[in-house]
Design a protein around this ligand. Sequence first.
Ligand SMILES: [Zn+2]
Length: 201
Amino acid sequence: MKILFVGPQGCGKGTQAKVIAEKFNIAHISTGDLLRNATGELKKEVDTYMLTGKLVPDELMLRVLKERISQHDCNKGFILDGYPRNITQAHELDKITRIDKVIEIEISDQESVRRLGGRLSCKNCGAVFNENTHTPKRDMQCDNCDAMLIKRADDTKEAILKRLDIYHSETEPILKHYHSVKINGEQPIDQVTKDIIQALK
Ligand SMILES: [Zn+2]
C-alpha cells in the first residue's frame, strides 16, 4: 500500500505516519529523513544544496525518492509524509509510482497556530514542550535538564500564518488531484489513528 499523508503543520501527520507504518509494516518516508539519508552519488548532490542552505530542486528530490522507494523495506508499500507539496510535484510523483490512498489530516488554522505558537524547546537537550498542550512543570524551564526553554523564531504567529497560506494555496490542490480521505486531526491522537486505520481498510 502506497500512502500519502497530507496536512498543515501541527496536524500530527509525522506522529501518525510513524504509528501507521509500524502497524502495517510498511516504510515511513519523511522528506527530511529522505534527504538526510541519501547515499552515494545522490548524497553528494544533495549535500551541495543542504550544506549551503539552498532548497533541493524537484528533479533531484524525485531521483532521491525513486531510489528510496526501490529499497527492500518498501516492498510492501510506504507512507510519504511531507511530499508532494504542490501539484507539479504530484504530477512528477505519478510518473514514478502509483499512489493508492491519500489521507488528509485536517485541523483548523486556529488550531495549527495554537499548537505551533505554543511550542517551547530546550536548547540544551532538544526536548519540546507546549504552553497550551504540554506545559513544563516549571515556568520556561526544561523538565529533563533544567535549562531555559525558548520559542523558535519561525514559530511566531505571523510566520505560522504565512506557512498556512502556502499550504492552502499550493498543497491543498493535490488533495483534489488524488481524491483524498479526510480525517479530523483535532481529536485525541488515538482516535485519529483509529480513523486512519478505518480509512485504509
Ligand atoms: Zn532540556
